[in-house]
Ligand binder design. Structure first.
Ligand SMILES: O=C(O)C(=O)C[C@]1(C(=O)O)C=C[C@@H](O)C=C1
Length: 280
């Protein structure tokens, strides 16, 4: 086939065959470079000593890679397409270093978010509810990641006792916050503690309060954000996100706020701030 495009000022437009040849060349380069990327995995395992399940995740490094990806992107290709391609690559490379599986709380939207971020190489299952997801993450002892909705309305204060089980929030999805993007649903990723020394932008603090309004004001006064709330035993259980710059003493001072009767349950993980982009 030798279809030709329209004539223009700088000579004949390329033929369909020529355009396909360019696409084939680009695809070959991408494929060869992916193979080369995969040849680094053995060395990564040796350097990181990630020869046990689940030990390969480095969420801080992943967000850093996504920030650079967004920074250099240009043109008409949707950024979320590029993000998805890289997520498939990174999730698979993590799995090649140390196997893990993903268990998702019920809901088609959450499942879509989880697939977008962990791809199709990784085994997937659905937990019957948030408690079942937490239990599987704990039992997996590092080889299971959970994906839950931060404000699972029917799950009560699902976050409150996370630290007692050793489970923590390790990241927040979607990483690129862009109105109208595919899979916009907010989700948290749960894991047993990682061998990752990088520090998230936001710390998640579980607390309960007698006075809802007083507690919310005190949290925002020190720079925090109320992420989710539930009422249990007549108390307001709150999941608050605190920028890393908020000192421990400021968080501890919440328990002295008048009229709020705040009890701090503890830190339940953290996340890196989403990359905010204008709508596509
Ligand atoms: O940088 C690492 O530590 C890697 O293991 C590589 C890699 C990747 O494939 O780029 C994989 C897993 C980590 O979560 C981050 C990045």
């Amino acid at each position: 086939m030798n279809e030709t495009g329209p004539q223009n000022d700088i000579g004949p437009a390329p033929t369909l065959d020529e355009l396909r040849q360019r696409i084939d060349n680009i695809d070959e380069t991408i494929h060869r470079q992916l193979i080369e990327r995969s040849e680094i995995v053995e060395a990564l395992i040796a350097v990181k000593r990630t020869d046990k399940p689940g030990a390969a995740f480095r969420p801080g490094r992943e967000v850093d890679m996504m920030r650079r990806l967004v920074g250099r992107h240009r043109g008409i290709l949707p950024i979320t397409t590029v993000e998805h391609l890289w997520r498939e690559i990174i999730a698979t490379f993590t799995h090649m270093q140390a196997p893990y599986e993903v268990v998702v709380a019920p809901g088609a939207e959450l499942r879509d978010v989880a697939r977008f971020y962990f791809g199709f190489t990784v085994d997937f299952s659905e937990g019957s509810d948030v408690e079942a997801v937490k239990a599987k993450v704990k039992a997996g002892n590092g080889s299971v990641l959970g994906v839950v909705s931060p404000d699972a309305l029917d799950a009560g204060a699902w976050w409150r006792d996370l630290s007692k089980d050793g489970v923590q929030v390790i990241s927040r999805l979607p990483v690129i916050a862009q109105a109208g993007r595919p899979v916009e649903t907010d989700a948290f990723v749960l894991s047993m503690p990682l061998m990752d020394t990088s520090v998230p932008d936001m710390r998640l603090i579980a607390l309960s309060a007698e006075g809802k309004d007083e507690a919310e004001k005190a949290i925002t006064d020190i720079g925090g954000v109320v992420f989710a709330e539930a009422i249990e035993a007549d108390r307001h259980e709150i999941l608050a996100a605190m920028p890393f710059s908020v000192a421990d003493v400021e968080i501890e001072s919440l328990s002295k706020v008048e009229g709020a009767d705040i009890i701090l349950h503890g830190e339940v993980g953290g996340y890196w701030a989403p990359i905010f982009l204008p709508s596509a």
